[in-house]
Design a protein around this ligand. Sequence first.
Ligand SMILES: CC(=O)N[C@@H](CCC[C@H](N)C(=O)O)C(=O)O
Length: 373
Amino acid sequence: MKLELKELRQAFHKIPEPGFHEFQTKQLIEDVIASFPQEHLEIVHWRTGLIVKVTGTEPTQTIGWRTDIDGLPITEQTGVPFVSERPGFMHACGHDVHITIALGLLGALSAQPAKQHVVIYFQPAEESPGGALPMREWVKANRPDLLPDAFYALHVAPELPVGTISTKPGILFANTSELYIDLHGVEGHAAFPHQTTDMSVAVAHLLIQLQSIVSRSIDPLEPSVVTIGKMTSGTVQNIISGHARLEGTIRTMNAEVMTRIKKRIEAIVAGVEQAFECEATIDYGSSYHQVFNTPELAEAFQAFTEVDGELDFVVAKEAMTGEDFGYFLQEVPGVLFWAGAASDYGLHNAKMLPNEAMLEPIAAFLERFFRSQ
Ligand SMILES: CC(=O)N[C@@H](CCC[C@H](N)C(=O)O)C(=O)O
């Protein structure tokens, strides 16, 4: 049966779910897999994800493919007929496309297995709090045979044309750490500020001071980012705020720079506590290991793409994006690459819309790549 990738992608696009809540997504993945020939397949469940093994015909190795399956808390504004049916959630990072391509690959291999064993990981919670690390640890403890010898994954690239693949040997994506800061002061009447400690004023100063870390405390030759994506404070217009919260993320290409940034954050927060008579807590949430492509495999992957000749290969630049696939590459050789999606709007934007014309060529390319191993 020929899988209609566009329809499938639209079906996944309608049901974005947050990390570790991908219940409907997992069910749809299972339903699609149930329509494939089953004789060469083994399906292993892990929380809201799954791993599917396709037994090879003359295996000497196991080759892995990983797709992430979660959505983002963004209200979609694409206006497409297959718009998200979950208010406040959207596949704004292209994981609907990733899942569809993985199923395209799996459908082809289930009908006619490759020489090598293939394991396809449908991994939850890439955006947050991170599914790769606990999934890797579970596999190592319970099914070490499912840990591949080489591991591959893609991410849609809105800025690249359809039919383009892009990666590089070595570091591709940054180390990340989430950042949550709560400020607790004394709430009170808008007319009596001297009886309160106003957390709106405190958090405004804190936000500006945090933005001095990269420009003043970090070597300009060390790429780094401190982004505050969300700032909240107070309740209504005539109550002085007793609580404020910042939510953000830190990105670095160097683990030592991450440590330095955290030290500066802690010093600045301590200063704000003193200056604005409040109490603060800092929580670093989840952190992701950098994505480091195994040089020999990245070079071999580029060579395959160029000899195959169906897609254009562009050497990538490093990006400050995070990806918990980095945790798999920490222990297993492999490659993450960008796949051109030609969207006018970038990742994590409410209008991000990958061009569906990318689906078939990438899925077909992956089938050829996996058969070549
Ligand atoms: C590909 C991509 O966009 N990944 C996310 C990963 C987020 C990691 C974590 N929740 C954080 O914000 O630090 C990204 O934002 O780069």
